[in-house]
Design a protein around this ligand. Structure first.
Ligand SMILES: [Fe+2]
Length: 257
């Protein structure tokens, strides 16, 4: 049993902990159809080209760090999906790219989720619209929606069951800064300091959200057989704001100890 675990661990990481796991072979990698179906239904999402156009338009309408953050969330989603047989990497990338597309309508807090949902839903991209809502499942900070929108949010979440893409983008949203990838702990604490810890104007323990995010991380790591951090280039440099040279220097000092 232990031997099996060691063999499995050795297969998935090299001596530095970087992943050696074999990427999942979605047919789209070979130029075929995407693995885009959820529960047998074909997913309604825009093409990669159109998704990029939406983001470029968004940059013109409301430039800001959310553009780079969205691209990083897309890269993280694609990287993880490549190792998960149930997900299509390109679909994951498109959904990551569009999760904050509601920000094209200007600065907002929670409202960007509803704006993004309405924008994509009107165009018939229901599954991408859904991600705009599901990528963040609470509202800390300022509540900037109307009573009707509040009712819509409550109704939406009472009828939704998160699928694998919902969970993936929730995770990648937290992993991705505009400057690159970071440890979950860093982003969660940073958001709590900036926005406070009050959810939906009710006093609730923010650690419940944190536990959910860490459970999602564990869920994907169990599926792909390695740490998600091994799939995210630059996560150490970005989290600790150090250069690759500094890491090499540290490694050479420790190996000389
Ligand atoms: Fe985001």
């Amino acid at each position: 049993m232990v031997a099996d675990m060691i063999v499995a661990a050795a297969r998935h990481t090299d001596s530095l902990g970087w992943s050696q796991a074999k990427p999942a072979a979605c047919p789209c990698i070979l130029g075929g159809e995407h693995r885009q179906s959820i529960g047998g239904w074909h997913m309604k999402i825009p093409t990669l080209e159109l998704a990029n156009e939406f983001l470029e338009e968004g940059q013109k309408l409301n430039p800001g760090p959310w553009i780079a953050h969205s691209k990083n969330a897309a890269r993280a989603a694609e990287a993880i999906a490549r190792y998960d047989n149930s997900l299509c990497p390109e679909t994951a990338y498109i959904l990551g790219l569009l999760h904050d597309i509601g920000r094209r309508f200007g600065f907002s807090y929670y409202k960007h989720t509803i704006d993004g949902y309405n924008f994509l839903k009107k165009l018939g991209f229901d599954d991408a619209a859904r991600i705009c809502m599901t990528h963040t499942f609470d509202s800390s900070g300022n509540w900037d929606c109307s009573k009707e929108e509040y009712d819509f949010v409550i109704d939406f979440f009472s009828n939704v069951e998160f699928n694998e893409y919902d969970l993936l983008i929730q995770l990648c949203d937290v992993l991705s800064l505009s400057t690159g990838f970071c440890l979950l702990e860093q982003r969660l604490v940073d958001a709590a300091i900036r926005n406070g810890t009050i959810i939906f104007k009710e006093i609730r323990d923010m650690t419940e959200k944190w536990k959910t995010i860490f459970n999602i991380k564990m869920h994907f790591e169990n599926k792909i057989g390695c740490s998600i951090y091994t799939l995210l280039p630059g996560v150490i440099e970005n989290t600790f704001r150090i250069s690759t040279d500094d890491i090499s220097k540290y490694l050479s000092i420790s190996s000389n100890d």
